[in-house]
Write a protein of this length. Structure first.
Ligand SMILES: [Zn+2]
Length: 448
């Protein structure tokens, strides 16, 4: 993505958060996906999730959730996405939306709701995340630091858009990509959810009350719903402020089926499958062994470097962004499409504030941590020279998509186009065997 566009996107992002007043229109933020891609990526992800979860067999309950959902999804604020509501047999209090419309509701959420309005509140909030395209907006922001070329439709042959989205690396699963939102996104979802609920005849304060009831009960182990939907502040005040902008309503609607649904959900059999994990390790996938054969050179548009002949490159050769890894270095995780567990990512970063290499590297690290909060700088930065340019090396640690921890090395180099960076990734116990490969790759970098 051109530098100007990225900076503009960031500027717009800030502008839109800062200036909105209750009642102002809510519009989706920066996004490099099309609406059609939202639908496509959500469908693929939903198919993956359906394989992993225990879908409630009670058709009366499924119909109940579907009908509540349809009433809300029919509101103009929900936009015209193909919404689909599925109740899954899972005791934790949660619900989640995928881009483009699939929404999954845990039976534990229905069991925890005291009123239909509380349940509807969570559905309206999830619909708002879909309509405001928060999932792909989040993924688009992740792309800005990592692999812009991949999702721009560059290469990757037959692979699905979901697989491409997963390749933005660093052990990111689907959850991290599409289901964890910022506080400002939460605020927007509460605001739009307020309009959706009110339009469907429910009192929006019930949504705020339910979130706050969960917060009050949470203690040291808050319900899953709260960890994927961080509190944007006092929800009741926010929702009430938003309601001021609405025409007065009596909010007296109720389907009449809530008490029956509560009785039936209490009688569901124990879940057959294990609950979906937040960041699931790839089951039974072993990292590749260290490459033994020779090296080959790849010529990118602004740099060239050597990499093991046994590895593949992902991304357009002409672009300035590449993933270089053996095929089994890209791991499919249970929770989603996968991430890079073994290999290297090469790209450029445009510092927002400070241009000197140390500060720019620090900024890049913070961006990477925003995508993967478990990533930690492990070693003090060390100065190096790469092809005649000033460079820095920082050691990192974080969870590996293979399970256990991974050791990464971030190399940054100050270039006229921005900060060139190369991130080497390996499971901690394999890092020693890969060190010489990484050293050779780093030593082979040439700039044009
Ligand atoms: Zn949310």
């Amino acid at each position: 993505m051109p530098k100007k566009l990225v900076l503009l996107a960031i500027a717009l992002l800030h502008l839109s958060c800062a200036t909105r007043q209750p009642g102002d229109p809510l519009k989706p933020g920066y996004n490099s996906f099309s609406k059609e891609q939202d639908i496509e990526v959500g469908r693929e992800a939903a198919a993956e999730i359906r394989k992993q979860v225990d879908i409630v067999e009670n058709q009366e309950l499924q119909r109940y959730i579907r009908e509540l959902g349809a009433r809300l999804a029919g509101r103009p604020e929900a936009e015209d996405y193909p919404y689909e509501f599925t109740l899954i047999n899972e005791g934790s209090i949660n619900a989640f939306a995928l881009p483009g419309g699939p929404i999954f509701v845990h039976s534990g959420l229905l069991a925890a709701a005291d009123t239909e309005g509380q349940l509807v509140g969570v559905l309206a909030h999830e619909i708002a995340h879909v309509a405001l395209r928060h999932g792909t907006s989040q993924a688009s922001k992740a792309q800005m630091v990592q692999l812009p070329a991949v999702l721009a439709g560059a290469v990757l042959g037959q692979e699905s858009i979901l697989a491409q989205a997963g390749q933005i690396g660093l052990g990111l699963g689907l959850n991290a990509l599409f289901m964890k939102y910022s506080r400002s996104a939460e605020k927007q979802a509460d605001a739009l959810g307020t309009h959706i609920m009110a339009g469907a005849g429910y009192n929006p304060v019930e949504m705020a009350n339910f979130f706050q009831k969960l917060e009050a009960q949470g203690g040291s182990r808050p319900p899953a719903l709260l960890s994927s939907h961080p509190s944007p502040g006092n929800r009741v005040i926010l929702v009430r402020a938003e309601m001021e902008a609405l025409p007065p309503g009596n909010y007296a609607y109720a389907s009449g089926s809530f008490p029956n649904a509560k009785r039936q959900v209490a009688q569901l059999p124990a879940p057959k499958k294990q609950p979906q994990q937040q960041v699931a390790a790839a089951a039974g996938v072993a990292p590749p062994s260290a490459p033994t054969a020779g090296f080959q050179r790849i010529n990118g548009s602004t740099f060239s470097l050597e990499y093991p002949t046994a590895w593949r490159t992902y991304g357009a050769q002409s672009s300035s962004t590449l993933t270089i890894a053996p095929e089994s270095g890209i791991v499919r995780t249970r929770g989603g499409s996968g991430g890079i567990g073994y290999g290297a990512v090469v790209s450029y970063y445009q510092p927002r504030y400070r241009k000197d290499l140390l500060n720019a590297t620090w900024e890049l690290l913070q961006q990477l941590q925003e995508i993967n909060p478990n990533l930690r700088a492990a070693v003090q930065p060390r100065q190096v020279t790469v092809a005649g340019s000033e460079g820095l090396i920082v050691g990192l640690t974080g969870p590996s998509p293979y399970g256990g921890s991974e050791k990464d090395m971030l190399l940054t180099v100050s270039r006229p186009q921005g900060v060139f960076y190369m991130l080497f990734i390996a499971p901690e116990n394999q890092y020693g065997r890969l060190q010489s490969t990484f050293d050779r790759m780093a030593g082979s970098i040439r700039f044009r």
